[in-house]
Ligand binder design. Structure first.
Ligand SMILES: NC(=O)C1=CN([C@@H]2O[C@H](COP(=O)(O)OP(=O)(O)OC[C@H]3O[C@@H](n4cnc5c(N)ncnc54)[C@H](OP(=O)(O)O)[C@@H]3O)[C@@H](O)[C@H]2O)C=CC1
Ligand SMILES: O=C(O)C1=N[C@H](C(=O)O)C[C@H](O)C1
Length: 239
């Protein structure tokens, strides 16, 4: 496949290496260090899919540019989802292809799946409180992490005792604490803890390397061309 990389940081470089090893061709790299190359230079004739891992402030404009150019786009950037409804609308208007996941690792998507199940059961049986924690490297600019927010939003949907999340300790019983920690080079750890006076149940995902994110993003890029609309890992993995 002919891939356009948007963002050439930790994820962009790791995706480049893995993509080439899988036989793909990198036809362009969009990087602030080379402002002369822009998304507008590419078209469906030259690109099968774009893969976007940049920055919360840059992602939406990049997704818009891809959709306007008719490029299927796989986006992994976090911290821009307040614009997601606009991205969905533009995707519909342009008959485009957009794939988004706050976390591309298969393990995390199973973690999301089981978290939804457990949240619903905990609500049904009662007696438990719940908290989300995420730990990442100190270069991460957004908090809470996109992954923690996906897990928190699922808890709000399936565990109605929690109606709102906050990025600190809960002050009221209806508040879901989503706690963030930044330390060292931690790739990404997410923990959901359900606790009662009697016992605790912890669901934990710990990324050891970025390989899981990279492989998932490449799988999405291989799958997306030919699929029109807005998709996520549930579509790809059949969850
Ligand atoms: N969904 C998932 O599975 C995962 C998501 N992420 C998310 O992906 C994003 C990137 O992560 P990561 O690679 O670790 O971050 P890095 O900071 O290592 O890399 C981001 C890169 O994007 C560049 N950049 C900034 N603005 C633009 C722009 N307008 N166009 C093109 N490139 C730009 C930066 O350049 P410069 O430094 O010059 O500004 C930098 O090289 C984050 O939002 C992170 O949360 C990360 C891992 C997994
Ligand atoms: O910035 C990161 O590194 C990561 N970001 C994503 C997030 O915000 O959830 C995914 C992963 O945890 C790594």
């Amino acid at each position: 496949m002919k891939l356009l990389l948007i963002g050439y940081g930790k994820m962009g470089r790791a995706i480049e290496a893995r993509a080439i090893a899988r036989g793909h061709q990198i036809v362009g790299i969009i990087d602030p260090a080379h402002p002369e190359v822009t998304i507008a230079d590419f078209s469906p004739a030259t690109v099968d899919a774009a893969i976007e891992f940049t920055h919360p402030d840059a992602a939406f404009a990049n997704v818009q540019a891809c959709l306007r150019q008719g490029l299927p786009v796989v986006c992994g950037s976090t911290g821009w989802l307040h614009h997601f409804p606009e991205a969905v609308e533009l995707c519909q208007q342009t008959d485009g292809s957009l794939f988004y996941a706050s976390n591309y690792s298969v393990g995390v998507n199973l973690f999301f799946h089981f978290n939804e199940y457990i949240a619903a059961k905990m609500h049904q049986f009662g007696g438990y409180d719940v908290q989300v924690r995420e730990i990442h490297h100190t270069q991460k600019v957004d908090q809470p992490s996109g992954t923690a927010l996906t897990a928190a939003e699922a808890i709000l949907r399936h565990f109605p005792a929690k109606t709102i999340w906050r990025n600190e300790e809960a002050q009221q019983p209806n508040e879901l604490a989503v706690l963030s920690e930044r330390t060292g080079q931690v790739v990404g750890t997410h923990i959901v803890t359900y606790s009662s006076d009697a016992d605790s149940l912890e669901l934990k995902h710990e990324a050891h390397t970025r390989d899981g994110f990279v492989d998932g993003a490449l799988l999405a890029a291989e799958w997306l061309p030919g699929h029109q609309g807005v998709f996520g890992m549930k579509d790809l993995l059949g969850l």
